[in-house]
Design a protein around this ligand. Structure first.
Ligand code: SME
Length: 148
């Protein structure tokens, strides 16, 4: 199945699953699990959230990740600071990239907002292949994250 069809299915499935709880953490867990198991190119899938100006790991699937990300360094902080989705085709070319697992080769980071539009964290997805993410991933992951 192509990536677009898969995102459409995942989105429909999430809309049904998320009817069951309005708890933010539970919704983040469900999104992480579904994406990780349905999207072939997702090697690490999870959230980092802001707490007291720190970016701390929350629910995730995949190999053991960094628990806290050094302030203003790396892709996740770049997404927080710019309030934009960031697609990295080759992590080695991204100055300051924080490597939690040397097998990660490309990455996408999508900002997460609260109900009044304030940035509260990011969804981070890593792939073991170079050039895994594009504007289609950005579009669908932003749409999915907005369900939280
Ligand atoms: N690569 C991220 C760190 C988190 S891991 O990819 C799970 C970054 O540079 O912020």
């Amino acid at each position: 199945m192509g990536k677009l069809k898969r995102y459409e299915r995942v989105y429909d499935q999430l809309q049904q699953l998320l009817l069951k709880s309005d708890d933010k953490e539970a919704r983040m867990c469900t999104i992480t699990a579904l994406l990780h198991h349905k999207m072939d190119h997702f090697f690490w899938t999870g959230f980092y959230c802001l707490q007291n100006e720190k970016l701390i790991v929350r629910t995730y699937q995949g190999s053991i990740a960094c628990m806290e990300l050094q302030k203003d360094i790396g892709v996740c902080w770049a997404s927080i600071n710019s309030n934009k989705t960031i697609v990295v085709q080759d992590v080695e070319q991204f100055s300051g990239h924080i490597s939690c697992d040397s097998r990660s080769k490309s990455e996408i980071v999508v900002p997460l907002h609260d109900k009044i539009g304030k940035i509260i964290g990011v969804l981070d997805v890593d792939s073991k292949e170079l050039n895994s993410f594009d504007q289609l991933d950005a579009f669908w992951l932003e749409k999915i994250v907005s369900l939280i």
